[in-house]
Design a protein around this ligand. Structure first.
Ligand SMILES: [Zn+2]
Length: 432
């Protein structure tokens, strides 16, 4: 099932022509009417006439998150205030948040992207979708809400929090699908267990649409076996609009709406474009955005463009699972470590529950990492000997996979903090 087969299954050459035309229009418009882009392009010695093919896009300068912060809140907007119909803002973990504005058309394209994604997952008018993403300045709640209504699903707009009530509603209304962060679904699963709710027996839940934080294949396996559902990855940051693009039923890479977003993968250090299949930093150009245009925006997520065709019949490009953000990479005693690698290793060890915490600190010139993991109730024991053995096993698995000796501390079930929105799993105590 396709939502918009014309675009989703368009011949690749035609898609590229379409992208080039959109690019041309976008750059002509920005060069003529937007001071920021005009100055940037002048500074780089590029004129819109230099864009003679899609490959020429790499002549254009990059744009960074810092550009949005420096122009806080709305200096980069490209339309008059009268055309803005909504604002969202990122949480701003470091410094000022970034504010994103939307015109009517921006919202329409966002919803269109989500309608395609939900249809590709098989969510439609027969479904009851519980949206447990936060509603408000965060884009997850309202984004999924309108996308789901567009495909005719019945939306249960619970937002996040009040988990026991959410579980009751899920049962009472016969919810068939849920959209939230993977860590919140883990939290729900944990709460359900305490309430004696068995997802297979007591609910109609079949599918979960999960995103807004990086997660791994082993986390997916854990969620699916605990809850008896299928979990799908959805992607999009607030700068792009919000969650937009997802896996199809094949669950092998995220389909990108090529008419909406142009993706390049570059080497994080040199900015050079990498071949399809090579992992690097994603750079995006939003081809349709009106309020807050983004041209060659360094999104910092690490992924690759997939080479092979998807058996679902969609020709739209796919990106592989995001393994982390260039910003998240930790360098511990000279070794590069992504938190997602740690999660991947931990989640494959059956005795470990779904909560863990990574702590990074500095002693003298040396960076240290310590990991706390929660043990599942059935494996938690008062016998010191058993726990010492288990700890040694976890440490040796981490050593094998990360090539780094990391001390592990075992925690009792329920001892680590839970997160109802985005999980914070890394505590960095180093003073920079
Ligand atoms: Zn597909």
């Amino acid at each position: 099932m396709y939502w918009n087969a014309n675009i989703e299954c368009m011949a690749v050459d035609d898609l590229k022509k379409l992208q080039y035309r959109s690019f041309k229009n976008l750059i002509n418009n920005l060069y003529s009417f937007n001071k920021f882009y005009h100055d940037r392009m002048k500074g780089a010695g590029v004129h819109p006439d230099d864009l003679r093919s899609l490959a020429d896009v790499q002549k254009l300068p990059f744009m960074y998150k810092e550009d949005l912060r420096e122009n806080y809140p709305t200096k980069l907007f490209n339309v008059p205030n009268t055309e803005i119909v909504r604002f969202h803002a990122s949480s701003g973990t470091s410094g000022k948040p970034t504010v994103v504005g939307y015109t009517q058309n921006d919202l329409a394209y966002w919803t269109e992207a989500l309608a395609r994604s939900l249809t590709s997952i098989g969510i439609g008018s027969n479904d009851i979708l519980q949206v447990s993403y936060g509603y408000g300045l965060f884009t997850g709640g309202l984004g999924l809400h309108y996308g789901a209504e567009k495909v005719g699903a019945s939306v249960v707009p619970t937002s996040n929090g009040n988990t026991e009530r959410q579980l009751e509603l899920m049962q009472d209304l016969g919810v068939t699908a849920i959209a939230c962060t993977p860590s919140y679904l883990m939290h729900m699963s944990y709460t359900a267990e305490k309430m004696g709710i068995d997802f297979r027996r007591d609910t109609c839940l079949k599918k979960a649409v999960l995103g807004a934080e990086p997660w791994t294949e082993s986390m997916r396996a854990k969620i699916e076996s605990a809850m008896g559902i299928k979990a799908y990855d959805i992607y999009g940051t607030s700068e792009q609009a919000g969650p937009m693009f997802s896996e199809c039923e094949e669950r092998n890479g995220i389909h990108i709406g090529a008419d909406i977003m142009y993706v390049e993968i570059v080497d994080s250090d040199t900015g050079e474009i990498l071949e399809d299949g090579e992992r690097g930093e994603m750079v995006v150009t939003m081809l349709k955005k009106e309020a807050l245009p983004l041209v060659r925006f360094r999104i910092k997520d690490i992924t690759s463009l997939m080479k092979d065709e998807c058996p679902c019949g969609r020709t739209s490009p796919r990106i592989s699972r995001i393994t982390g953000r260039a910003d998240d990479m930790l360098i511990i005693r000279g070794i590069n470590v992504f938190p997602s690698q740690i999660e991947y290793t931990l989640m494959r060890i059956p005795q470990i529950g779904d909560q863990y915490m990574i702590e990074v600190s500095r002693e003298g010139a040396l960076d240290n990492m310590k990991i706390q993991v929660e043990i599942k109730p059935e494996f938690f024991s008062d016998k010191v000997e058993d726990m010492v053995k288990l700890r040694a096993h976890i440490e040796s698995e981490l050593k094998k996979y990360l090539n780094l000796a990391v001390p592990v501390e075992l925690k009792a079930p329920g001892a680590l903090p839970r997160f109802e929105g985005k999980a914070k799993r890394v505590i960095d105590k180093r003073v920079m």
